[in-house]
Design a protein around this ligand. Structure first.
Ligand code: FEO
Length: 163
């Protein structure tokens, strides 16, 4: 593997595992506040992020590169509201999209064709992840502080089944 590309993919592995940990912290917050549907959604999302990290982990090994795991920062654990949890989730997904785009550009410049193919999955995934987060944020903004509507939204979020 190209050294710069390998280094950048290792950074992305850290980013995906950081997202895993951040979503888990968000789930813990919602669970503690008995917003259990949202907690379930966030735990599922957390598990997805772990899979993203492992997908790159396995890819680097398949390419005979060296996986370098680094420290995961402490996640944000307190939020002003349930809506703010998902606002933060959307900001996180937008940041990850930027990282994937930059990584893809680096691979392109270095003619790292196998890595570009692998990253295409992530480009597609980010479109979906951003879309989902944006839709949830829009609903939170719509319902505001109305308790009944928030409970309905929590119930809806709790219906998520995958992964
Ligand atoms: Fe792994 Fe939510 O991006």
């Amino acid at each position: 593997m190209h050294a710069d590309v390998l280094r950048a993919i290792n950074v992305q592995i850290n980013s995906e595992f950081s997202a895993w940990y951040q979503y888990l912290a968000m789930a813990a917050f919602c669970e503690r506040e008995k917003f259990t549907g949202a907690a379930r959604w966030l735990k599922s999302q957390s598990a997805e992020e772990y899979q993203h990290g492992m997908k790159l982990f396995d890819f680097v090994n398949a390419r005979n590169g060296a996986v370098e795991l680094t420290r995961i920062e402490q996640p944000t654990r307190e939020f002003e509201s349930f809506g703010e949890v998902f606002e933060a989730a959307l900001r996180q997904e937008e940041a990850v999209t930027g990282q994937i785009n930059a990584l893809y550009e680096l691979c392109f410049k270095n003619k790292a064709f196998a890595e570009m193919t692998e990253l295409q999955w992530f480009l597609t995934e980010q479109v979906e992840e951003e879309k989902t987060a944006r839709e949830i944020v829009a609903k939170f903004r719509l319902v505001g502080d109305d308790p009944g509507s928030l409970l309905d939204l929590d119930r809806e979020l709790g219906q998520r089944t995958q992964p």
